[in-house]
Unconditional design. Structure first.
Ligand SMILES: [Zn+2]
Length: 193
């Protein structure tokens, strides 16, 4: 997989096992910057690793996040560097209240990818290249059938990855085959056993 794997070892609060039998069919694209609008501070990595040590550059916004349970599987920084924080077989906490294809709770059946950025600034070409490479690798390993933005699965509540995210810049984007809710299908399959 592209890039490196975080090895902080603080992640016990940032992921849990996925529900049994649920296929990972959705890739959700987000944007994030910590503090808002600032890049490369290391604060995102500290948040996703649940790093308990005092922050070297304290900021009021970061204190607000201290007790939040939030994580994503991957972060793609402005320079295109991709880092994995949560294993794909684990459930990360990136989607919140959300739905896709009539199924609620997208964390159960999705991979979360955070693009370092904001709603107000174009993403870097190297970030799209890293996202495309990551998407190809994930499609080879998982039954992904759609890529959506956080704003698509939580409309009215979330706006990321934002209006400047170029969906056409993501080659190999899988199309949604609309075969229904992943969790409902898993229940059907279990009932048939
Ligand atoms: Zn988001």
């Amino acid at each position: 997989m592209a890039g490196s794997t975080a090895s902080g070892g603080f992640g016990a609060r940032t992921s849990t096992p996925r529900p049994t039998g649920v296929a990972v069919e959705l890739l959700v694209v987000h944007n994030i910057s910590l503090p808002p609008g600032r890049f490369g501070s290391g604060s995102i990595e500290r948040l996703f690793c649940n790093d308990p040590t005092p922050h070297p550059h304290p900021h009021p916004f970061l204190e607000l996040l201290a007790d939040l349970r939030v994580s994503a599987h991957f972060l793609i920084e402005r320079n295109g560097r991709a880092t994995q924080f949560v294993g794909c077989s684990e459930r990360a906490w990136h989607a919140g209240v959300s739905s896709f294809a009539g199924c609620h709770g997208c964390n159960d059946f999705s991979i979360g990818v955070e693009m370092e950025g904001t709603d107000f600034l174009a993403f870097e070409p190297v970030q799209y290249a890293a996202l495309a490479q990551l998407t190809r690798a994930l499609r080879a390993a998982l039954p992904l059938r759609a890529v959506r933005g956080h704003s698509h699965i939580a409309p009215g509540r979330k706006t990321d990855p934002g209006p400047l995210f170029d969906w056409n810049g993501l080659p190999g984007r899988p199309t949604c085959r609309r075969t229904g809710c992943p969790r409902a299908r898993s229940r059907q399959m279990q009932a048939m056993r």
